[in-house]
Design a protein around this ligand. Structure first.
Ligand SMILES: Nc1ncnc2c1ncn2[C@@H]1O[C@H](COP(=O)(O)OP(=O)(O)O)[C@@H](O)[C@H]1O
Ligand SMILES: [Mg+2]
Length: 343
């Protein structure tokens, strides 16, 4: 099959720890055709959706080492129609560009897109979890989302706990996630001005969330494929930061999923599949869901290292099975059409 990875530029790949590269490598090893393209390379050519792609040249021998594979891969630029691929694997970094999805709308019936466009539209920011309808906070921590600064100040004052988390709706990699404390109430109005009000008169929603006790010991990243967990790891914050993101200095360690974490996956798995969110990374603290990452979830290379596994193999098995299903449905329909045609 032929797979197009819609992702950040090839030069930005970190060959040591890049989940997209691990997935690409698995596809090339299996003999699939692979091309990458970045959202900025989407192009309509004569009314057909194309992209300037980097096609990875066939290799006589594919090194099993990711760094060597990255160095040896030969790329050639070609403009290709997206509907000619079997799969588009979304690996673009957040925040989501809605125009990119408009390009893909034109090919969504022809190509298996992971994750689905509907799912990406619904879940590309933190409102997806904040609006879970979980009014008793069984799944997510107590959460408020608002632009109303007076409302937010009131919630902080009325909160029984001293600590709370404030974060932007569209952030990623830990950026803008801050710990606020009632004891520093003097700063809070200024912080809210900064987070909510932009200099051009526009404004942003912010998330105010219960601080989950134990977060200083780390959070848990679980990868789910088709609604089922396929790997988990612990991320522990550095000594000078409260955030566990690896990009914010967190380190990774082994983690066996707790009963509560397994139950959480069972609770949310069916919704993820229904929304076409087949491959996601969730962040969990104290058994509570903090975030669902749907754009370009990472963690495979770290999990592979700590567990000596090859999680990418499961992901590509799944993609292959989806393509096969699509092909079988198409062949069946062709047979039936012929039967009617020839009657
Ligand atoms: N409610 C919370 N309680 C405690 N720590 C939190 C909470 N929300 C976020 N954090 C910390 O900040 C990190 C980043 O938050 P997250 O919501 O996952 O945003 P991002 O998209 O930037 O990764 C988390 O991994 C965790 O370490
Ligand atoms: Mg996160």
């Amino acid at each position: 099959m032929n797979i197009c990875f819609l992702m950040y530029p090839w030069e930005e790949i970190d060959p040591e720890n890049d989940t997209s590269l691990a997935l690409i490598h698995e596809c090339v090893k299996r003999g699939h055709g692979v091309a990458t393209c970045s959202p900025a390379n989407l192009t309509i050519r004569n009314s057909v959706t194309n992209a300037f792609c980097n096609v990875i040249g066939r290799m006589a021998k594919v090194s099993s080492n990711l760094k060597t594979f990255y160095k040896q891969a030969q790329l050639r630029e070609e403009m290709l129609p997206l509907a000619g691929f079997d799969v588009i694997f979304m690996r673009a970094n957040p925040p989501l560009d809605p125009l990119m999805l408009n390009f893909l709308d034109s090919v969504k019936d022809d190509v298996f897109i992971m994750n689905s466009l509907q799912g990406l539209r619904e879940a590309n920011n933190k409102l997806y979890t904040a609006a879970f309808g979980d009014s008793h906070s069984n799944i997510i921590p107590v959460t408020h989302v608002s632009k109303n600064k007076n409302y937010l100040v009131r919630q902080i004052k009325e909160s029984p706990a001293d600590k709370m988390i404030l974060k932007p709706l569209n952030g990623f990699g830990g950026s803008g996630v801050i710990l606020i404390e009632k004891s520093a109430m003097n700063n809070i109005k200024s912080l809210l001005d900064f987070y909510v009000t932009n200099s051009d008169g526009t404004s942003n929603y912010v998330i105010l969330q219960e601080y989950i006790e134990g977060a200083d010991q780390g959070d848990v990243r679980i990868l789910l494929l088709n609604g089922e967990p396929i790997g988990a790891m612990k991320r522990v914050p550095g000594s000078d930061d409260h955030r566990s993101n690896v990009s914010a200095g967190g380190s990774v360690a082994k983690h066996s999923m707790t009963k509560q974490e397994k139950a959480l996956c069972k609770q949310i798995g069916p919704k993820l599949v229904k929304d076409g969110l087949y491959f996601v990374g969730i962040d969990v603290i104290g058994g509570k869901l903090v975030e669902v990452n749907v754009m370009s979830p990472g963690g495979i290379t770290y999990m592979n290292k700590v567990y000596k596994t090859k999680i990418q193999a499961k992901v590509i098995d799944f993609v292959e099975s989806k393509v096969l299903d699509k092909l079988e449905a198409f062949n069946r329909r062709s047979r039936l059409r012929n039967e009617v045609e020839n009657a």
